[in-house]
Design a protein around this ligand. Structure first.
Ligand code: NAD
Length: 319
């Protein structure tokens, strides 16, 4: 396979650091951009000194960013755009900033990427684009202009994905709930697994809001990286590249109670689970219809329990 020069925005974040690591392992060069607003330099410790990695601490909202990077790195050919305000509650507090970072900057980068002739642009979409969708499993076409996402975060992701689809250039991967090492347990965003692991290792009781029957589609981070490689046409088995919008998940729902019980078992935490009143606005069930991405050969390869074990091992190593 041709070695590529890739831009990874959000390279100091949870998913971006895993993606960058894999790209470098495969022999590609990576230009990483991050403003360290929710990411950490220590997430990049495995590759910060790699000769084929160049880091720029800068915001993706900076005008002309892609043009100046292309001038500095003429071989730049593939963009993985992950940088975003990722906290849903924070996006509600700062809707204008969220639109500027999560939508306007994406639009600018997408347009520049196409006009500079880069081969593709891969965007991190989200299940939040579906709002409070009751039909399960959730299909890509359920997100429409009539559906109102529940937060500025969801709106910005939906507008970005729609723009990509209409442009016919690049793709948006709509991720459901991702977990794995380096996910920030203090993050307010989809951090239920990392929070439970943190409680479990501290020997604290797990707290569930509601009766625990609410369910999510949890995908392990290395499977997410596989989907990125397919999307960009960098997959070793020759799957991809992709154009348009694709759900990325396992297609299976795991209840929060099942999650809490599995984490207690694996961490030998107290098995008593504390139930608190349901939180307003929480979606009851979320599960991806993955027929579209399955048709190009993607399937998750790490089981839920195996992924949890790896996440727990990592969390222990950080203590
Ligand atoms: N984790 C999940 O379950 C999940 C689910 C769906 C979608 N996503 C999307 O995947 C992407 C990565 O998420 P993550 O879980 O790794 O979160 P993360 O917070 O660990 O990573 C996001 C990174 O973007 C950086 N960033 C934020 N604003 C920036 C800006 N203006 N300029 C440059 N860098 C900036 C942060 O510092 C951070 O390193 C995000 O776009 C997120 O919306 C994540």
């Amino acid at each position: 396979m041709n070695k590529k020069t890739c831009l990874v925005t959000g390279c100091a974040g949870f998913i971006g650091s895993h993606l960058t690591h894999r790209l470098l392992d495969l022999g590609h060069s990576v230009v990483g951009v991050d403003n360290l607003s929710s990411g950490y330099v220590h997430n990049m410790s495995g590759f910060l000194d790699h000769p084929d990695f160049k880091f720029h601490e800068v915001s993706v909202a900076e005008e002309g960013l892609l043009e100046s990077l292309k001038e500095a790195y003429p071989a730049l050919d593939v963009i993985f755009h992950l940088a975003a305000i990722v906290s849903v509650p924070y996006s509600i507090e700062v809707p204008e900033l969220t639109m500027a970072v999560n939508f306007e900057a994406t639009k600018r980068m997408l347009e520049s990427s196409a006009s500079l002739g880069l081969s593709t642009f891969v965007f991190a979409g989200s299940a939040a684009e579906y709002g409070n969708e009751g039909r399960l499993p959730v299909r890509e076409e359920y997100a429409t202009d009539e559906v109102v996402p529940l937060s500025p975060y969801g709106v910005a992701k939906y507008k970005s994905s729609s723009l990509i689809e209409k442009s016919g250039y690049g793709c948006s991967l709509r991720f459901f709930n991702i977990f794995g090492p380096r996910q920030d347990p203090t993050s307010q965003y989809s951090g239920v697994i990392s929070r439970f692991v943190d409680f479990g290792l501290a020997g604290k009781n797990m707290v569930i809001f509601g009766d625990g029957t609410q369910s999510r589609d949890f995908l392990y981070v290395s499977d997410v990286v596989d989907s990125y490689l397919i999307a960009a046409g960098l997959d070793l088995e020759g799957r991809g590249p992709l154009t348009g919008i694709y759900n990325v998940g396992t297609g299976h729902g795991i209840s929060v109670l099942q999650l809490a019980e599995t984490v207690s078992k694996l961490t030998s935490a107290p098995s008593e689970i504390v139930f608190k009143p349901e939180r307003a606005g929480d979606i009851k069930h979320s599960r991806a219809d993955i027929s579209k991405i399955s048709a190009v050969g993607f399937s998750s390869s790490v089981s839920f329990e195996e992924g949890l074990k790896k996440t727990i091992e990592w969390a222990k190593s950080c203590k």
